[in-house]
Design a protein around this ligand. Structure first.
Ligand code: 5GP
Ligand code: ZN
Length: 146
């Protein structure tokens, strides 16, 4: 896709430090890492976000994520790492071509997700569960029709 920075990386129009590549996915070092070794797992098909990712790409994306996470754990002797994806600008997405982040974590790296945890009142969790299950049922019907 024109004007997509990740499509340009995939097409080798702009350089990137590639760690792994196959027919379906490319894994490159993030240019502004949270910690050194922070890697982006990018499907080669252009898709805006997770919901647009074709099902046939799921396996390749997770396969590459596992190869990279395993290598980072060995290479940096990691005790932990994060695997995450931002979807939508309000969720922090800045490049609108789906990708997974794999990032090394360290005990004292001072990286925090600032959380404002909510609490379910008495019986409330079931109300949320019932409502979402209902939507799953109706959305699965339209999902199968796509
Ligand atoms: P998002 O904010 O969409 O979850 O993640 C986009 C990521 O892409 C950011 O972490 C950013 O540092 C990285 N990024 C943006 N432009 C480039 C680039 O040209 N090359 C590489 N390797 N990473 C990039
Ligand atoms: Zn793209």
């Amino acid at each position: 896709m024109r004007d997509c920075i990740f499509c340009k990386i995939i097409d080798k129009q702009i350089p990137a430090e590639t760690l792994f590549e196959d027919d379906h996915v490319i894994a490159v070092l993030d240019i502004n890492p949270i910690n050194y070794g922070h890697t982006l797992i990018i499907p080669k098909v252009h898709c805006r976000d997770f919901l647009a990712l074709p099902e046939e790409s799921y396996g390749s994306v997770l396969h590459a994520a596992k190869i990279i996470a395993n290598a980072l754990v060995i290479h940096y002797k990691l005790e932990g790492y994060n695997l995450f994806s931002n979807n939508g600008s309000i969720a922090g997405q800045s490049v609108f071509h789906f990708h997974l982040h794999v990032t090394p974590r360290y005990r004292d790296d001072n990286i925090r997700f600032v959380l404002n945890l909510k609490h379910y009142g008495d019986g409330e969790v079931k109300v949320f569960g019932d409502a979402i299950r209902k939507t799953i049922q109706s959305s699965l019907i339209s999902y199968k029709e796509i």
